[in-house]
Design a protein around this ligand. Structure first.
Ligand SMILES: *Cc1c(COP(=O)(O)O)cnc(C)c1O
Length: 472
């Protein structure tokens, strides 16, 4: 029989959509997986099988009985029904991991978000007056309290905050920035590009490694609307380097009647020494104290809250920013506002703030405590066919904050016979919930700094699954 005849014959054995849908395996998904996803998965699986037959990849009808196709279709439907934004266990030790969603929220913030999400709220409603209120009022008082600012507002993220301030204060005019501060944060945030999109003209001064206040002064011609200082966040210029002091820029700005803006990036609210860090960063209040007109920073970096861009500063400057039509386009929703409010409240109790805000708690965790947890956890893996060892390592703050700060930690290194570190890493990513670790040398390493105790059971199960090769 010619090959085309054989294929036609085989295609006659292909199960029908209704038959697969009625199979126990697929029928049992009803109620758990939306019907349209189930039907699509069944059709896709039958189509795939048909193509395999036509391409000569399947020659035996036993390989595509109704049962076999049903099992594959059910798998496909279950996979397709997983949320695309999935929870993962972050065992990388990078605390503010931008690819993994930056800061996990404190419990108080999670409760506030659930409250705001589940019903109506006073988002823009003044209960006392019984009429329309402003969403900015919900959070402005708190922001002023924790930063010492006169006025404050919140937008979608810090990139939006920078864009909005530049657009409001310097659109069609010049903004002066040091060549040493033309940063790229990643994810397409580059100061020159943001500046161009905002309508402000970039006026570069100084050199990559050295910029003095005199350089700014020389650049001030007729059409300069703003002096901008940008925190270099994810890099440092070391060696023969110099930058203008914020205080000196403020003095120059006052003399020339030009506002001064600082994009702090991460923007911390508390003294970093409380977290046991060696590098000192100016807090938002420190920067405001030096007389700067407006400061922008992220909500989900060192602050430890939801994605947001926070703008604080002088009342008259904030008033102009609030009136911009761009502000309306960049504003945040009720879920962000309620989460941010809860996180900011935690800062009002300085004794417990570090403990209650997960990002700060994880940064502050010391090597000894992590080592004890790692040892206890390692003993739970004793029966597995893996070599488990503990080794000294470094965690990272991440999020472009404090790039030079290396947090001493204890890593759990795993080695399994017949599996490369890359294999093991990939298998851990394939578990549910997926585990993201990192490879150091030729070993897969897990850093418990970023794994809260309540996730250790799942982490253990994932390692078992990965080592014993049981996909979950
Ligand atoms: C991170 C960062 C930004 C961008 O903030 P997002 O909240 O990620 O939008 C802008 N400027 C600086 C200096 C930063 O470090």
């Amino acid at each position: 029989m010619p090959a085309s005849e054989t294929r036609k014959n085989l295609l006659r054995h292909l199960p029908k959509v209704d038959q697969v849908l009625a199979s126990p395996e697929v029928a049992s998904l009803r109620g758990r997986v939306p019907i349209l996803l189930i039907k699509a998965a069944v059709r896709e699986e039958i189509d795939r099988t048909r193509q395999m037959i036509q391409a000569g990849g399947i020659t035996d009808p036993a390989e595509f009985t109704g049962d076999v196709v049903a099992r594959r279709a059910a798998d496909r439907a279950l996979k397709g029904n997983m949320p695309s934004l999935r929870r993962v266990i972050n065992a990388t030790g990078v605390v503010i991991h931008t690819n993994l969603g930056r800061s996990p929220l404190p419990d108080s913030a999670i409760r506030q978000v659930a409250m705001a999400a589940s019903g109506y709220s006073t988002l823009e409603y003044d209960l006392e007056a019984g009429k329309r209120g402003s969403r900015d009022d919900l959070i402005e008082g708190l922001l002023c309290r924790v930063t010492g600012a006169e006025a404050a507002t919140v937008v979608n993220n810090n990139a939006a905050a920078v864009m909005l301030v530049l657009n409001t204060l310097a659109s069609g005019r010049g903004a002066v920035v040091s060549r040493g501060e033309l940063v790229e944060i990643g994810g397409s945030f580059r100061i020159p590009d943001v500046m161009a999109a905002s309508g402000a003209r970039l006026v570069e001064v100084g050199t990559t490694n050295r910029t003095r206040v005199e350089d700014y002064r020389k650049a001030i011609g007729e059409d300069i609307a703003l002096l901008l200082k940008v925190h270099t966040s994810n890099y440092r210029i070391v060696g023969f380097a110099e930058e203008a002091e914020i205080r000196d820029l403020v003095e120059l700005g006052r003399e020339k009647k030009i506002p001064v803006m600082v994009d702090l990036g991460s923007g911390c609210l508390i003294d970093m020494r409380v977290l046991g860090l060696s590098h000192q960063e100016p807090t938002v209040s420190d920067v405001l104290d030096s007389g700067v007109d407006v400061v922008t920073f992220s909500g989900d970096k060192l602050l430890g809250g939801p994605q947001a861009g926070i703008i604080v500063g002088r009342s008259d400057t904030l008033e102009r920013i609030r009136k911009s039509p761009m502000k309306r386009a960049l504003r945040v929703g009720k879920l962000t506002l309620s989460a941010l409010e809860a996180v900011l409240k935690a800062y009002l109790e300085p004794e417990t703030a570090v403990d209650r805000i997960p990002t700060l708690r994880m940064i502050a965790a010391d090597r000894k405590a992590i080592g004890q947890r790692a040892r206890r956890f390692a003993s739970r893996l004793a029966d597995l066919p893996v070599r488990v060892s503990l080794m000294a390592g470094k965690s990272k703050v991440g999020g472009g904050a404090l790039p030079l700060e290396e947090l001493p930690t204890v890593l759990i290194a795993l080695e399994a016979d017949g599996l490369s570190a890359q294999d093991l890493e990939a298998r851990l990513r394939g578990q549910e919930p997926p585990v993201v670790g990192r490879i150091v040398g030729d070993r897969l390493c897990l850093d418990l700094r970023t794994v809260p105790s309540r996730e250790l059971g799942e982490l253990e199960r994932a390692i078992r699954g990965a080592v014993l090769n049981a996909e979950t």
